[in-house]
Ligand binder design. Structure first.
Ligand SMILES: O=P(O)(O)OC[C@@H](O)[C@@H](O)c1c[nH]c2ccccc12
Length: 276
């Protein structure tokens, strides 16, 4: 089994335990009762008219305790405090991992961050079922992750529709040319190029420009993973990223506020004017 398949098997088990506590009908009504979602597409620089787009690079800052590739990254005793620091640095979106087994995340972490900041939040998990999307919304998420490699085309389309019907958007993650094409065909407006292969955990930063070139200009392009510092930020920005998603480098930084601000500033200076 690939790493991705193993992670998803665990995610499904954990999901069934939560479902036994909060049933389908209850999660659907909790999602319906939640305050409206924030506009994550706009927060990431997306606009319906190309002329309305600017050339700032947005930073999606991630609350990430550990990972299957690197093990423990940071203690993060207070995810809320880290999120406040990210927000103070100008994070456009904050990503909170909720996968427990491999990433040490939880919905409790998500709730703590939701209570602390008003920026749009990404619930970062391996979304394979409608339940998780209702659950994300019930907890105040504005954006969910849909990983193309984990879904059939029909599932991808259905989960994307459900996400939007709840007022949220999806970050649709691809790692190959074929996956980018599937994301575009499904109607994704926010497309992430993950330079880490979730099946082998290897990072290859050159994946980014190869795949970004296939993404139509109306979509927001997110470079995911592998940002070690300013040089990687500049390189992704030069190659067409509208946003970057950064975990490890930020959770390990002594001053996450300054790091987010420095990434936004350097990336924005390097970003070429928008193609139309
Ligand atoms: O810590 P990094 O290398 O900056 O990576 C962040 C983010 O891209 C990574 O956490 C990620 C990208 N796609 C995912 C899917 C599931 C879990 C995690 C991820």
């Amino acid at each position: 089994m690939s790493v991705l398949a193993e992670i998803i098997a665990g995610v499904r088990e954990d999901l069934e335990q939560r479902r036994a506590v909060v049933g389908d009908a209850d999660i659907v009504s909790a999602a319906a009762d939640a305050p409206p979602a924030r506009d994550a597409f706009r927060a990431l620089g997306g606009a319906t008219a190309p002329a309305d787009r600017d050339s700032r690079l947005r930073v999606i800052s991630e609350v990430k305790r550990k990972s299957p590739s690197k093990g423990a990254l940071a203690d993060i005793p207070e995810p809320a405090e880290l999120a406040r620091q990210y927000a103070a640095g100008g994070a456009a979106v904050i990503s909170v991992l909720t996968e427990r087994r491999r990433f040490g995340g939880s919905l409790e972490d998500f709730d703590a961050v939701r209570a602390a900041v008003d920026v749009p939040l990404l619930r970062k998990d391996f979304t394979v079922e409608p339940y998780q999307i209702h659950e994300a919304r019930a907890h105040g998420a504005d954006l969910v992750l849909l990983i193309v490699a984990a879904l059939e085309d029909t599932e991808l389309v259905q989960l994307l529709e459900l996400t939007r019907s709840l007022g949220m958007e999806a970050l649709v993650e691809a790692h190959t040319e074929e996956e980018v094409d599937r994301a575009v065909a499904a109607g994704a407006r926010i497309i992430g190029v993950n330079v880490r292969n979730l099946k082998t955990l290897e990072v290859d930063r050159s994946t980014f420009s190869r795949l970004a070139d296939r993404i139509p200009s109306h979509a927001v392009i997110v470079a995911e993973s592998g940002v070690r510092g300013i040089d990687d930020v500049v390189s992704f920005a030069e190659r067409g990223a509208d946003a970057i998603l950064v975990g490890e480098a930020l959770v390990k930084d002594q001053d996450p506020t300054a790091a987010v601000a420095a990434f936004s500033e350097a990336g924005s200076a390097a970003k070429p004017p928008r193609r139309n």
